[in-house]
Write a protein that binds this ligand. Structure first.
Ligand code: ZN
Ligand code: ZN
Length: 273
């Protein structure tokens, strides 16, 4: 089990620096560019994690943001302070809210949810996900290969209350899939969280439970899939060991697919410093 995973091909690299209820950030290198998917770490953790994968903050070309919740964008002000020319991709509703809550006014590159666009040879598809944010998205990045190598598709799908047909289709088309496995039902029941919060997490626009993530993985064909990462685990209401146990079946069914579970308890700032 590891809290960081890397996937590398020639001129392609994808580092998941961390994904849990306390922060989400990944580095994708493709098409000659270095981009982040979400930037939900405070600066000490972000700078340490970037250093570990050899990325200079000033060398980051762009950030793609899924939604305005702080575990996905709280590191943006600090990163912009060190890299003022950073391009920030978000849809209009998300940009509006982040501009207000994070008090930033970056070079926004606004996209339409559901509309694919080109970013330096990478085809980016932001697709809608059901979550209690203004206009939340998942992302699929079709990254160009080198020397005729086929395109690799990285799909990021966290913070969704249920699996929609769109989300399922996106999971099926992935080579590398980062999928939310947020909570264990029993741990959520037993937690001291107030009832309305429990209801929100379980709601159609909340988060995906371990069993819902497992159901999705059972139901998709996903013939291209080479790596599944289970992420956005709740620190309070989940354990990596529980998700690992559920993944025994997935590993048995798909022996050629790597499965990584990100342990939220290993994602402390100390671990990444
Ligand atoms: Zn969220
Ligand atoms: Zn989140």
């Amino acid at each position: 089990m590891t809290s960081r995973a890397s996937f590398s091909w020639v001129s392609f690299a994808f580092h998941v620096l961390g994904t849990s209820s306390s922060g989400n950030c990944s580095v994708l290198r493709a098409g000659g560019k270095t981009v982040l998917i979400d930037v939900g770490f405070a600066w000490p953790r972000l700078s340490a994690a970037l250093a570990k994968v050899g990325v200079e903050p000033r060398s980051i070309d762009a950030v793609f943001i899924t939604h305005e919740h702080s575990d996905h964008c709280s590191g943006l002000p600090a990163l912009l302070g060190r890299n003022p020319g950073l391009k920030v991709y978000a849809n209009a509703e998300t940009a509006l809210r982040i501009g207000y809550t994070q008090k930033v006014s970056p070079v926004w590159k606004k996209f339409q949810t559901g509309g694919a666009f080109d970013y330096n040879g990478i085809t980016v598809t932001p697709f809608p996900i059901p979550h209690d944010a203004a206009d939340p998205v998942g992302f699929a990045f079709d990254c160009p290969g080198v020397g005729g190598a086929s395109t690799r598709r990285v799909t990021w799908m966290t913070d969704l209350g249920h699996v929609t047909p769109v989300a399922k289709a996106q999971a099926e088309a992935a080579d590398i899939l980062v999928l939310e496995s947020n909570y264990d039902d029993e741990m959520l029941d037993l937690s001291k969280r107030p009832a309305p919060l429990k209801q929100r997490i379980r709601g159609r626009h909340g988060h995906l439970s371990n069993l819902a993530a497992l159901d999705l993985l059972r139901s998709i064909k996903a013939e291209r899939l080479s790596h599944i990462c289970l992420g956005h685990l709740s620190k309070e209401c989940n354990r990596a060991t529980i998700v690992e146990q559920l993944m025994v079946e997935v590993r048995a069914d798909r022996p050629d697919v790597r499965v990584t579970v990100f342990d939220p308890l290993e994602e402390s700032p100390a671990e990444l410093s």
